[in-house]
Design a binder for this molecule. Structure first.
Ligand code: NAP
Length: 285
């Protein structure tokens, strides 16, 4: 198959909310590739048969979103990242084999590298809020990049403890009421909970407790400038937002399916930000 007739899709239920078509079709236009990227609304009970027939449907691969990310892991040959996260967001056909990965790991790291270059030279200790799939992607990436000590703080302590057991001795679990104490020596604070998202409760953190060199990252991208990021920026801390991660996590899929490594540009960021319904704000620092 040449890149001229390649197609990929995002499979979900629901799938209307996905910004992946906007991102991938922008890149297809940008690079003059005559491929296609579509939405596929697939219910849980039809997911396995849909995935097994990707090639006959004309697809070279797909993104996977709720509620299929765990099912996709079992139906494909996952890499170490997907296994560690326990969920797949990117599938591709490698000859006849269906392979998979979780690009949230590199999406998070690549965005952090752009927003806070050199962050890993000083990030000895990090605090991660949340213990879901996104938290596991972030923790996997931070450990890979050499963060020495990670504190996971979650509303449901048992989930933080389960993450601690999975990732071993560099990770510890702390209860929410111990968060303030953990912030004092956190070089990096990452919110992977849904708090701060439109329609959810705000995330109230005493950013004043963070050291002056701390970096604050938020995975929430609607709104783009979350109250947590706004508070960190008001303290002149460096920040990395969820929209940047969303754009960077899309790079690998595009490159696997369409044979071109695309660039995350300010123009693409503005396009998606406008679609998310907020006025283009200052780029994350
Ligand atoms: P998930 O597995 O459902 O985990 C949700 C997390 O949020 C859990 O730790 C949960 O705590 C916590 N939480 C939910 N409501 C809470 C509340 N009221 N108070 C305190 N904690 C609460 O979801 P996920 O897949 O990890 O995604 C988490 C967030 O990351 C979402 O906002 C998602 O959009 C975002 N995300 C962004 C990107 C990106 O590219 N920017 C990529 C992936 C995910 P409990 O364990 O106590 O329920």
């Amino acid at each position: 198959m040449t890149t001229a007739n390649r197609a990929a899709c995002v499979i979900g239920w629901p799938v209307e909310h996905s910004r992946s078509p906007l991102i991938h079709n922008y890149w297809l236009r940008q690079y003059g590739i005559a491929g296609e990227y579509r939405r596929e609304l697939v219910p849980r009970e039809e997911f396995a048969s849909f995935v097994k027939s990707l090639a006959t449907r004309g697809y070279v691969g797909a993104n996977v979103t709720v509620p299929h990310k765990e099912a996709a892991l079992a139906l494909s040959e996952p890499d170490d990242r997907a296994r560690a996260v326990g969920a797949v967001n990117t599938l591709w056909l490698d000859d006849d084999e269906l392979r998979s990965t979780n690009t949230d790991v590199e999406g998070f790291l690549d965005n952090l590298d752009v927003c806070a270059p050199g962050w890993d030279r000083h990030a000895k200790t990090a605090v991660v809020l949340g213990a879901g799939g996104a938290a596991r992607a972030v923790i996997y990436g931070l450990l890979e990049r050499g963060v020495e000590r990670l504190v996971v703080v979650n509303r449901t302590p048992a989930r933080a403890e389960s993450v601690q057991r999975q990732f071993g001795e560099r990770v510890s679990a702390a209860r929410w009421d111990k968060l303030d104490a953990a912030l004092g020596d956190a070089a990096l604070l990452v919110n992977t909970t849904t708090l701060g998202m439109q329609g959810q409760r705000a995330l109230t953190i005493e950013v004043a407790r963070l050291p002056g060199h701390a970096i604050v990252a938020d995975l929430v991208y609607a709104p783009v400038r979350t109250p947590l990021l706004a508070a960190a920026q008001a303290r002149e801390l460096r920040t990395a937002d969820g929209l940047g991660m969303l754009l960077h996590q899309a790079v690998r899929g595009f490159s696997l399916w369409f044979g071109k490594t695309p660039a995350v540009t300010p123009e693409l960021r503005a396009l998606v930000e406008t679609d998310l319904g907020s006025p283009p704000a200052k780029a994350a620092r």
